[in-house]
Design a protein around this ligand. Sequence first.
Ligand code: NAD
Length: 419
Amino acid sequence: MITTIRKDNAYDVAMENFDTAADAMQLDHNTREMIKYPERMLTVTVPVRMDDGSIRRFEGYRVQHSSCRGPAKGGIRFHPQVTLDEVKALATWMTWKCAVVNIPFGGAKGGITCDPKHMSQGELERMTRRYTSAILPLIGPEQDIPAPDVYTNSQTMAWIMDTYSMTKGYSIPGVVTGKPISLGGSLGRNEATGRGVFYTIQCACEHLNIPLKGATVAVQGFGNAGSVTAQLLYEAGAKIIAVSDSTGCVFNRDGLDIPELINMKAMCGHVDGFPDSEPIHPQDLIALNCDILVPAALENMVHADNARSVRARIIAEAANGPLTPEADRILESKGAFVIPDILCNAGGVTVSYFEWVQDEQHLFWEAQDVYNRLERVMKSAFRDVLKIHLDKKVPMRIAANILGIGRVAEAVQIRGIYP
Ligand code: NAD
């Protein structure tokens, strides 16, 4: 790992973002008390027999922030830096995100503190299955629906679906999304987050009169979200001048060959050493002279100490929480246009919703149908957020939070308090 990750607490960031938006919309105290905090938090011990015969204990979490508008929904992360606070923050953002794109889900998130890069497939499978059985009372297609996140994928979802189904006694594909197609996954789910990021960048470029063709782009993080975003921008004629992952950063002022880079990353597992590029320090990517910066790795990557160096006009938050509140303020004062995470990367959960709908109906859609519906949802959410941004003269992040929090607040107020 080369880039330093700031230790700002993601949950503090989520709470600060909530308060800023709630103040801007003059949300009353009672409603804040009802919607701000997670509904349920579960911490579990996950013992795993490792390949050498030893037993290792991992800690896992599942947090349901809100189920007011529908089943709680959110990914599962395997990473050494997973903490309960991080999972709480990510679950909170999921609630507002689902409301921003107006899909009938609440917010949840899960994770295991582990280093998946140093675990075998067998160890990962045993850990995933044991974790699934530990969180089993919370999950289900009508309750809480996990999905992939950092260092989890469709195979992880298949193990969760199988463990859950075997326990119930019959196949229940709707318990997870992001599944392989052969198990009831949706066409277009794998690239949905990057595709959604791409649609919001298209909208932002249109709004700011920046031609996408020829625009220069730097992408931090080259996993699912980052690589698909880069690929679609590349196809649209943008020049991807730099890409980083946890192993390093590659740069070419004339633009990197993204399809080739994706092939290399798939074969070798890193971007480092890509032909026709020069290596630069990963921290320098943020400061590159470019039109669009896409943080697509982890939280708090742009913070008080490096935000001033950002030169991009558009910051498209493919990752969750990549900017700290201080970075937000600095970028706002520099006139940067931030497409906030709960809008920018909502394509993933939107197609997860499509997948769940298809599973529940046992009727599956064509890929083009998924793309068309996704484009409509993303562009309409962008327009809604932009309108609040322009009408209320608030930053895009506050505008997105006002939209999401407002919809959740309305649902909570109508439902009332039980008992
Ligand atoms: P992924 O595991 O597929 O990819 C993560 C990438 O980040 C990898 O290329 C990794 O090498 C890179 N990375 C890790 N540490 C880094 C560092 N310090 N500097 C630069 N790169 C680093 O994960 P993903 O699914 O693409 O998720 C990335 C971000 O997008 C996360 O914040 C996630 O919550 C968010 N997100 C993902 C989805 C989804 O559907 N996959 C949906 C919404 C949001």
